[in-house]
Design a protein around this ligand. Sequence first.
Ligand code: PNS
Length: 273
Amino acid sequence: MSAERVAICPGSFDPITLGHDDIIRRSFRMADRVIVAVAYSATQVKSGMFTVEERVEMIRDTFADEPRVQPMSFQGLLVDFARAQGASLIVRGLRAVSDFEYEFQMALMNRRLWDGMETVFLAPDLEHSYLSSSLVRQIAQLGGDVSPFVPANVLARLRHRFPPAAEAGQSTSTAPQAAGMIKDSILRAYEDRWVGVLLQANARLREHPGVVDAVLSFREDAGGLRPLFLVHARERGPASDADLRDYAGRDLPSEVPPPEIHFVDHLPALHAA
Ligand code: PNS
């Protein structure tokens, strides 16, 4: 009898999306069992939206129909965890060219750390190619509809935490008026064709090593709605304000007004609490 093929699909999964779901189910073409491994690090500066335990629970609920998926969490190096679990294949989804550099670097480093490990990249269904957990978190926080992007159990949790815009509007919210105004501008801007592009730029900015967190917002002036990134920067470190400004505005289409960056010590809660 041939040995069981065990693959590991590691990630932050904060939260799991339909893009992850798609990649994990595809990996059964190469593996008999797939460990879906939530990584957490005691040194991580960015605090997640969900705890590691909640992320594992969401994965468990998502794959309640699939006994070959084993949700777990791990600390430390992925290669050490994989070796201990008898997994020699890492499966990662590759959405776009922008993912490639980071993924390639990790794959080579992991193989350098443990030669018994290979990484394979799977292309997601086209409909999931722009999906990321960070965009889902932002859209949910801003009262947008994330139902096309996440499994039903995740949607229920997000709706509980961030009631949809219509419900939040009806509630007797005590959120500061300023936050309410920002939220209204954003919701209006959702109609606009370039908001998706700005959300992607903001997601990229949040991944910058000099940034703790960033929120896409808008400022209204005589010229209309201007995009604005509110950035909580990490000790500015090697990234100067000008670097971050360039980074945030990079690759935006020319019709998008150049975004402003405001550096803040605390990011406002943009959703009605
Ligand atoms: O979903 P993400 O955040 O892109 O996943 C990144 C993850 C968890 C796969 C990566 O950060 C990781 O493997 N972390 C564990 C620590 C480790 O082994 N780091 C060295 C990677 S070369």
